[in-house]
Write a protein that binds this ligand. Structure first.
Ligand code: UD1
Length: 420
């Protein structure tokens, strides 16, 4: 198994190019199940999760050509409708095939994703919404069996909680359904907005794009002609590199980003004392002498993202004073705390609240990555720790960060990938 070895205290600088957003690419690849034509997608990030989803589509009967950053997918011959446990267990986002497969084929079987390191993560809201659209759902032997022989019917869905992949699943299902679907309390993440925009450009009438109330007029099960499109930049990868420059107190420029997708993250960094120059597709962060403590509450977009919580926790260890982070989305998303403590961080946990007192001097150690974003927080801490930090189980990082160590190396970090 690979691990990352980081020698702390080197300085960062220069430019880093941000990859396409994994969380936009995943639903958009699943969406190709709604297409009657070959779909070309560019700016695909070269990460494991994308390969896992393509493998799932291939198993369903799709064919594709895939080079590093683009893919051309043909889903005209779907021969299976089962997303097996073997694939779903490695990536929860496989659940994204549920809505489009059911809408197109009239039935499908998808393994229940189960829990994961950051919490329970049920899919009850996805299932309830599909039932409201006329699907008959049964759960048996760890699988969801969904059936809607004559296709799904438009309905008024009110999500009790905002769910990102739940909203994406229902948008895709609604695009092929009979009649009009209204989604109240829809997620507004940029990745959901891009899904709506691509569908709209393919002839689906969608109102309210970017708001929490979406109205989708279904195609009566007619497959869609989907034009080529480019994945939006990854706001979480971008936020992670901003934290890398912030923690090492260096100037760094990010290219191919959308600053407008990062307002809450940039806002928090400004509160901490950092300053920025932005253009429509680049951001330069400038350091601050004194990092001020902050108070952070993770919430749905456009509020502060839970996917940036761990990275900010690493940064807060260098703030002068006490910072507070409240995790509102996932009950168990503090697995990185004990690993940051191994490096010397002063963090107290009380249920959903973490209190971080800085400034602490961090010292290199062996640490274990527990999930995707937790892993990047450990890398950030390693950048400023004295001596050597080894981050183990980095397969988590490979799921979602494209070439993390070579990108960090190119901006000055002393980091290498080694085998156990
Ligand atoms: C997506 C992102 C993930 C991010 C998360 C929150 C993708 C592929 N993943 O995950 O990176 O951390 O949004 O921004 O885009 N919930 C239920 N029942 C459901 C569905 C969700 O109770 O049926 C709860 C979850 O347990 C959680 C909250 O709703 O507490 C939000 O989860 P959700 O938005 O669905 O997260 P994902 O879409 O899985």
């Amino acid at each position: 198994m690979d691990y990352l070895q980081i020698q702390g205290l080197s300085h960062l600088g220069g430019e880093v190019i941000i990859s396409g957003a994994k969380n936009a690419a995943l639903p958009l690849i699943a969406m190709t199940l709604l297409a009657k034509n070959n779909v070309t997608i560019t700016n695909i990030p070269d990460v494991k999760d994308i390969k896992t989803l393509l493998k799932l589509l291939e198993h369903l009967g799709a064919t594709f050509t895939h080079d590093e950053h683009s893919v051309n997918i043909n889903t005209s011959h779907i021969i299976h409708t089962k997303a097996t446990y073997e694939i779903v267990k490695t990536m929860r986002a496989s659940i994204l095939v549920l809505g489009p497969l059911l809408a197109r084929e009239g039935h499908c079987e998808v393994s229940l994703p189960g829990g994961c390191a950051i919490g329970q993560r049920p899919i009850d809201l996805h299932l309830k919404a599909l039932e409201m659209m006329g699907a008959k759902i049964t759960i048996h032997g760890g699988y969801v069996y969904a059936e809607a022989k004559d296709g799904l019917k438009g309905a008024h869905i009110i999500f009790d909680k905002i769910t990102v992949t739940g909203t994406a699943n229902i948008i895709m299902a609604a695009a092929l359904a009979h009649g009009k679907t209204t989604i109240t309390n829809a997620a507004r993440e940029p990745e959901v907005v891009q899904l709506c925009e691509v569908l709209r450009n393919s002839g689906v009438n969608i109102e309210g794009v970017g708001t929490s109330e979406l109205v989708i007029y279904g195609s009566d099960r007619r497959l869609l002609e989907i034009s080529p499109f480019e994945i939006i930049p990854d706001r979480i990868e971008a936020g992670t590199y901003l934290c890398a420059a912030a923690i090492t107190k260096d100037t760094l420029t990010l290219e191919k980003v959308r600053p407008d997708h990062l307002e809450s993250v940039i806002g928090k960094l400004e509160e901490m004392g950092f300053s920025f120059d932005t253009s429509t597709d680049s951001i330069t962060i400038h350091p601050t002498e004194v990092i001020k403590p902050v108070s952070i509450v993770t919430q749905e977009y456009p509020a502060f993202p839970t996917d940036m919580q761990a990275q900010f926790m690493a940064l807060c260890t260098q703030a002068e004073g006490t910072s507070i982070i409240e995790e509102r989305l996932f009950e168990n998303r503090f697995m990185h705390v004990s690993e940051l403590q191994r490096l010397g961080a002063d963090i107290k946990l009380n249920a959903k609240l973490a209190t971080i007192t800085g400034t602490t001097e961090l010292n290199g150690a062996d640490v274990m990555a527990t999930d995707l974003r937790a892993s990047s927080a450990l890398v950030l801490a390693g950048l400023i720790a004295n001596g050597t930090t080894r981050v183990h189980r980095i397969y988590h990082l490979d799921r979602g960060y494209e070439k993390l160590e070579s990108k960090l190396k190119s901006i000055g970090a002393d980091i290498e990938r080694l085998s156990e």
